[in-house]
Design a protein around this ligand. Structure first.
Ligand SMILES: [Zn+2]
Length: 306
């Protein structure tokens, strides 16, 4: 399995973020500039994936908060918000545009498994930054209203002159193994039957290894050792970084925290193979494109740390 199967993880070799350019007059008028529209927190998508529009497209007429994502093959890419009240609750249903067909605003989660690596990275940047702008309009230092600056990568407080940046929240996600069994759990809010790897936010002053051990014990009552890093994935819901680790369980007895999990179960390698192919019947796999799915494939292919 290649890393391109991991949604949102295109890597900087694909997108030139050109941080140095962000404070300058933007390349918004470049003839190859393309725009990704978001409406009510959802990107515009068509049958092929993200719908990249020209600057003069009618959908963008009332755009707001245009941010510069970077250059892809020397072509500038932007994301922008379409005002909340632009369409009725159903979105663009019934609105016809000559050059796009079957386009609609859908949740990024629902298309993450079928985006190209390039689109995945661009969508993650856009979704994280737009979420941030919508929820950080006041300065936490002095309470004054902040301003959108640096082409969307910063917010500036004109009162106390503090510069604010989008904070990324680190989350550990654990491939916990006991002998030849894998620990899967499910939260009650997930789609029916879906199970995944355990995960949790890293707390202040905590290492990655300590967070893996604490979260696994708190959620499932399982003690672990030999925590090793496997892979990471930007997770723009709203702005996290998933840090995937392998850990060896010391005990197999499960004692779940019912506030966190609905259930947790050890699953054999053979059954895990059936689950990931969606052939189990009872347990459904994690979302396609998620780091949980990616790491489970690595384990099945015996590519995780011993
Ligand atoms: Zn301030």
């Amino acid at each position: 399995m290649l890393t391109s199967d991991l949604a949102f993880s295109g890597g900087s070799h694909l997108l030139s973020r050109r941080a140095v350019m962000r404070a300058r007059a933007s390349s918004i008028n470049h003839p190859e500039a393309r725009f990704l529209a978001f409406w009510r927190g959802r990107p515009l998508v068509d049958d092929r994936g993200l719908c990249w529009l020209r600057r003069d497209h009618a959908i963008l007429a009332n755009r707001d908060s245009t941010l510069y994502l970077g250059d892809l093959s020397d072509k500038p890419r932007f994301a922008c918000l379409i005002p909340h009240g632009q369409w009725a609750r159903e979105g663009m249903v019934g609105v016809q545009f000559q050059d796009i067909e079957n386009a609609e605003f859908v949740s990024l989660r629902s298309v993450m498994g079928r985006m190209t690596a390039e689109d995945g990275e661009l969508a993650a940047v856009a979704q994280s930054l737009l979420n941030w702008h919508q929820t950080h309009t006041f300065c936490p230092n002095c309470g004054h209203r902040t301003q959108f600056t640096c082409e969307g990568w910063q917010r500036h407080c004109p009162h106390c002159h503090t510069e604010h940046f989008c904070r990324i929240n680190p989350v550990v996600i654990m491939l916990v193994v006991h002998q030849d069994n894998l620990l899967l759990g499910r939260a009650s809010v997930w789609p029916e039957g879906m199970h995944s790897l355990l995960a949790g936010f890293i707390e202040a002053g905590e290492t990655v290894e300590a967070a893996v051990a604490r979260e696994t014990f708190e959620e499932a009552g399982v003690r672990v050792r030999n925590v090793k890093y496997v892979a990471s994935q930007p997770w723009p819901f709203p702005a996290s970084l998933m840090i995937g680790c392998h850990a060896e369980a010391i005990n197999s007895h499960i004692n779940i925290d019912t506030h966190e999990l609905e259930s947790a179960v050890w699953v054999s390698r053979q059954r895990t193979r059936a689950i990931i192919l969606n052939r189990d019947g009872d347990i459904l796999p994690p979302r396609k494109g998620s780091i949980a799915e990616f790491m489970i494939h690595l384990w099945l292919d015996r590519q995780t740390p011993p």
